[in-house]
Design a protein around this ligand. Structure first.
Ligand SMILES: Cc1cc2nc3c(=O)[nH]c(=O)nc-3n(C[C@H](O)[C@H](O)[C@H](O)COP(=O)(O)O)c2cc1C
Length: 217
């Protein structure tokens, strides 16, 4: 009798030895294993910078402007994503008059020059994701932005282009950026008409919001 009692006691003890996890509901043990996992990285964890070039003065389809079309879009993207912002400026400002500017820009493109920068950025290394904004000039990225891209190391970064334009859209400029920053990942860009950027903030916000949502922001 004593032996049977001892045997029963052993069986009960062994079945209770399954340990902690058997005392917990499945939900509780699942919670614990989730807590131990590293936090997933999302776009919210990435350090973001908006870099843009934009011109003021007389501009196609919008008259004389005191804030550039691309600058308007850039500032809204920075506001929505909580990004820092950096403006690319040429050492010598582009002409105020539209015609004079188009002539100079055409020459710059034809000879593929690299206009000098007024200043360069010093803390690019700390950013993972770059929203890169520019106006379309002669179907291309303005040469001063090419100077900026060539003057910095974008290896391992994600570049998300956006442009404003007078009708030509992005005009293949994502390819130009890929060629000059081969070690960066270039995502699909956004094109907004300069006239919309200057005069219709509701549409800018709608288009940028939809694009950012698609990108996961
Ligand atoms: C030098 C120059 C060249 C331009 N070339 C084009 C072009 O090829 N295609 C186009 O759609 N718009 C062209 N535009 C219009 C600009 O892309 C458009 O107005 C843009 O919104 C200007 O942006 P910003 O105010 O930020 O400089 C050109 C404008 C300038 C000044």
């Amino acid at each position: 009798m004593k032996k049977i009692f001892l045997l029963l006691l052993m069986i009960l003890t062994i079945s209770g030895c399954g340990g902690e996890s058997q005392d917990k509901t499945p939900a509780e043990s699942e919670k614990k294993s989730v807590e131990k996992m590293p936090a997933p990285t999302s776009s919210a964890d990435k350090k973001i910078l908006v870099i843009y070039f934009s011109r003021t003065g007389e501009e196609y389809n919008v008259g004389r402007i005191t804030k550039g079309n691309t600058a308007i879009v850039a500032e809204y993207i920075a506001q929505k994503t909580g990004a820092d912002i950096f403006e690319v400026k040429p050492a010598t400002p582009y002409p105020d008059e539209y015609e004079a500017c188009t002539e100079l820009a055409k020459k710059e493109l034809e000879s593929n020059v690299r206009p000098a920068l007024a200043r360069n950025i010093d803390k690019l290394a700390q950013y993972d994701t770059i929203f890169l904004g520019y106006p379309i000039w002669w179907g291309a990225v303005p040469r001063v932005m090419m100077t900026f891209l060539e003057s910095n190391d974008f290896s391992g970064k994600t570049i998300i282009p956006f442009c404003t334009h007078g009708g030509s859209g992005l005009a293949g400029t994502e390819r130009e950026i890929k060629d000059i920053c081969p070690n960066a990942e270039i995502l699909a860009g956004l094109a907004i008409s300069g006239r919309t950027a200057q005069n219709d903030s509701a549409t800018v916000q709608k288009e940028v919001d939809a694009w950012l949502t698609e990108l996961g922001y």
